[in-house]
Design a protein around this ligand. Structure first.
Ligand code: NAI
Length: 795
């Protein structure tokens, strides 16, 4: 073709990146790679290897070790022995290592980008300009946190040995998101990359050697799901951090339930991409291309659900189709390619299966008719499914491929309803030229990230992670670092000594007390009303002297269901201003203080008088403390390296089930319930099983303190049974269980249905009287989830 002809056609010629350097690295390892354990390469104990291939051609790249339980054990031992060595270094020394890792990643960026592209199939343009620069940025940013750790996190210490499991869609970037914060906060690591894409993690192992990282601080064990399973189950692991499918996330929650391993999960998504009629449509279409066709749509936060205002739907879809006609699909090493290869055949088949399902459900499927598809390798054309019903499988399930699903809405309210009509809550994108509309919608979306007039922006300073079944925990930012830290007192706390309680059911129906009169009968408190229990039965409550003090209702499943429904409806509380919430908490403290004498007198039937008085005084102070926090536990504004600000908002988790400790019926209650409601959550609480009569005092105080009905709901009864109902309830967002070891494990196990967040004392004893242990940031942190709203500025 002559130059003139080229100018006329404006066709791209091939512009392949040279893969030689990456291939030389593979050859240097003899195209056979072992595990990286204790600073050295080790052959797999069972001698098994598997092949990793280039998805753009299907050709094998290298043989990689298949990790067995023995390999995982060796790696965990190495990490355990390296822990004191790593922690003995100064913060500055650890910071220097992270800095050296960042520098080295930058120096080797081209080789790493090529290696990523040939192993994963993503366009070199993306691995070169997005993945690898973000990897370096992550290590730089966390070099900073390592340096500033002690000043910023006094009283906190590293979790210990961390097991990390990552997926194949952003192999090196996910490694950086996991390893950088773990090392910066003083942990050591065993990381398992995904079986489809292990190569850049192994190249990173070489980098660890080059910078002289102490042996055992980072260990990489390759293998499939069974290797991941062995890591999750290893008893010497203190924390598991996982990114991948929701299904495996659930399996990991289950496998770790009976242990004290901390857990963070970054799971799937079905993120809405909302375009209002006043949006800059051409920019929105460009955003959409990035939102769904970036990395072939194999992105957990892909803007895969297009929600268009009805008035512009037709025009917008025409623009989308025009743009799709211009997309180029082909060899990922070609620098002028938009869409590369799908990671593996099985993934290709999954995508096709779901598209077929969508069409069977009535969707219209459109793919660019003139698209030239490569003749070999795993490719899927960019696809638009329109006319999709919101309940269709393709509108609800993650497709994890280059498939956009389009629906319409009429009003902003309908847009929010449709957007939130999904079990996931990872990310979202909102397009409108009206900042009022965009921010109003952003505040209502159930998603950990909201991009306004933008999409797929990431930065180490801005936390990333989901709401609901998209998982829990954040990566990036200060909150990401806290996932790898624990309060020192908690780590060292002894196990709680709990005596078995003997609870006797009253032989009489509730309210039918007969003679002689018994001191007190309390009721349940649901939706702001005192109600009788569904069962019609009560339990007897005994004093320290063994005498009956009164009766409390025997709550059951139905009462819990009613309480959760009432808590859900009490939306006015989460929408109230922080100032208004503070005022009501102060009012509660005031009313508690007025009743201090009578309550301590009653409490002295179960503990001695002095202790009862101390408990009431401490409880008043605690309520005061959270009244103070209510308008001070705020988010921050990040300044990532783009022309935008990112508002990291603290949002309530939603409705929380709270199981109070048996001891200290009043102080235990306020120590858990006040941080939850101060931050805007509504709660269903099971008060102390030992002294449930406290419920009567509490609801009288709430009633006189203007606390909106439904904000706090009280269900008394057998704590361990009611806890199970809470843990299984699919409309509850979190469960806080402060009881014994067995209850902690059960709460975790039963929480997997809707992956609710679980916060427990892990059966450890907490000194509720101490302000260091019984109140403050540790509780507040568990009461909120951070939503990052990205707001661009400039023309
Ligand atoms: P996956 O969740 O099975 O794999 C992710 C990682 O977990 C891999 O390293 C894998 O070896 C490991 N793993 C698998 N089973 C395990 C177990 N029982 N215990 C511990 N580790 C285990 O994801 P997969 O099969 O590769 O992809 C399936 C679907 O998952 C995709 O189609 C997509 O919908 C979703 N996915 C979502 C990702 C996200 O970032 N949200 C990432 C990857 C996949």
């Amino acid at each position: 073709m002559s130059i003139v002809e080229k100018f006329i056609s404006m066709e791209y010629g091939p512009a392949p990146e040279d893969p030689r350097e990456a291939l030389v690295w593979l050859d240097r390892h003899g195209r056979r790679l072992g595990h990286f354990i204790n600073g050295d390469w080790q052959a797999p104990a069972e001698g098994q290897y598997f092949e990793t291939a280039d998805p753009s051609s299907g050709e094998a790249l290298a043989a990689v070790a298949q990790g067995s339980a023995a390999d995982v054990d060796a790696a965990v031992r190495a990490a355990r022995s390296a822990l004191p060595v790593w922690q003995a270094l100064t913060a500055h020394a650890r910071s220097r290592y992270l800095y050296a890792l960042a520098r080295q990643v930058q120096k080797q960026s081209r080789r790493l980008a090529v290696l990523e592209t040939i192993d994963n199939g993503k366009p070199i343009r993306e691995s070169r300009d997005i993945d690898i620069p973000l990897v370096a940025r992550h290590f730089y940013y966390h070099a900073g946190w390592a340096q500033l750790l002690n000043q910023n996190f006094p009283g906190y210490t590293a979790c210990g040995v961390v097991g990390q499991i990552i997926p194949w869609n952003f192999p090196l970037l996910m490694l950086a998101w996991k390893i950088a914060p773990a090392l910066a906060s003083g942990n050591t690591v065993v990381l398992k990359p995904a079986e489809f894409t292990p190569l850049t993690a192994l190249a990173f192992a070489d980098i660890c050697r080059e910078v002289g990282l102490p042996p055992g601080v980072v260990n990489i064990v390759t293998g499939d799901g069974s290797t991941g399973e062995a890591l999750v189950k290893h008893p010497q692991i203190d924390k598991i951090a996982f990114t991948g499918s929701t299904e495996v996330g659930r399996a990991i929650r289950k496998a770790t339930a009976n242990s004290h391993k901390r857990l963070s999960l970054e799971l799937g998504g079905k993120s809405p991409f909302i375009i209002f009629e006043d949006a800059d449509l051409d920019s929105a279409v460009e955003g959409l291309v990035d939102g769904i066709w970036f990395n072939q749509g194999q992105v957990c936060c892909a803007g895969s659900r297009l929600l268009m205002q009805e008035s512009i739907a037709e025009m917008l879809l025409a623009k989308v189709r025009d743009r799709m006609n211009m997309l180029r699909i082909g060899p990922p090493l070609d620098k002028a390619i938009d869409i590369g290869a799908i990671v593996a055949r099985i993934q290709l088949e999954r995508i096709q299966g779901l598209v077929d399902r969508g069409v069977a459900d009535g969707a219209t499927c459109w793919q660019p008719p003139g698209l030239t598809m490569p003749s070999r390798g795993f490719y899927f054309p960019p696809t638009l499914l329109s006319g999709v019903h919101p309940t269709s499988v393709v509108a609800q399930q993650e497709i994890f491929g280059p498939v956009l699903v389009a629906m319409t809405f009429r009003t902003p309210r309908e847009a929010v309803e449709l957007a939130n009509n999904n079990v996931y809550g990872l990310a979202s994108s909102v397009w409108s030229e009206s900042i009022n509309v965009a921010l109003h919608v952003a505040s209502q979306l159930k998603a950990g990230v909201v991009w306004i007039n933008s999409t797929n922006l990431f930065d180490a300073a801005c936390g990333f992670g989901g709401y609901r079944e998209s998982g829990y925990g954040r990566e990036g930012g200060k909150e990401g670092l806290l996932e790898y830290l624990e309060p020192v007192w908690f780590k060292n706390a002894p196990h709680a000594q709990t005596k078995d309680l003997v609870i006797r059911q009253s032989s009489k129906g509730h309210g039918d007390l007969g003679a002689p009169p018994i001191d007190r009968t309390v009721k349940l408190y649901i939706g702001g009303k005192q109600v009788r229990p569904d069962s019609g039965y009560s339990i007897e409550v005994y004093g320290a002297d063994g005498k009956v003090l009164g009766e409390a209702p025997l709550g059951n499943r139905k009462d819990i269901r009613n309480a959760v429904e009432a808590a859900r409806k009490a939306e006015s509380w989460s929408k109230a201003t922080a100032h208004a919430r503070a005022q009501i908490l102060y009012y509660i403290a005031e009313n508690l203080s007025q009743r201090a004498n009578e309550i301590s007198l009653r409490l002295s039937a179960v503990v001695d008088r002095e202790k009862a008085e101390a408990e009431v005084q401490c409880a008043i102070e605690r309520v005061f403390s959270y009244a103070a926090w209510a308008d001070k536990y705020e988010g921050v504004v990040h300044s990532p390296p783009f022309r935008n600000v990112t508002l990291a908002m603290h949002e309530p988790i939603g409705t929380i089930g709270v199981v109070c400790p048996s001891e200290l019926p009043l102080l235990g209650f306020v120590s858990l319930v006040m941080p939850a409601i101060a931050t805007g959550n509504t709660v269903v609480v099971i008060p102390s099983e030992r002294y449930p009569l406290i419920a009567g005092d509490l609801y009288q105080i709430f009633e006189t303190s203007d606390l909106p009905g439904g904000t706090v709901n009280l269900v008394t009864g057998r704590s361990s049974e009611l806890m199970k109902v809470l843990a299984e309830h699919s409309d509850l967002d979190a469960i806080w269980c402060f009881s014994d070891d067995a209850s902690s494990a059960t709460a975790k196990l039963l929480s997997i249905g809707n992956l609710k967040q679980v916060f427990t004392n892990e059966g450890r004893a907490i000194d509720w009287f101490s302000a260091d242990q019984g109140e403050g940031l540790w509780f507040l942190r568990h009461a909120v989830q951070v939503k990052n709203i990205w707001v661009p500025y400039g023309e």
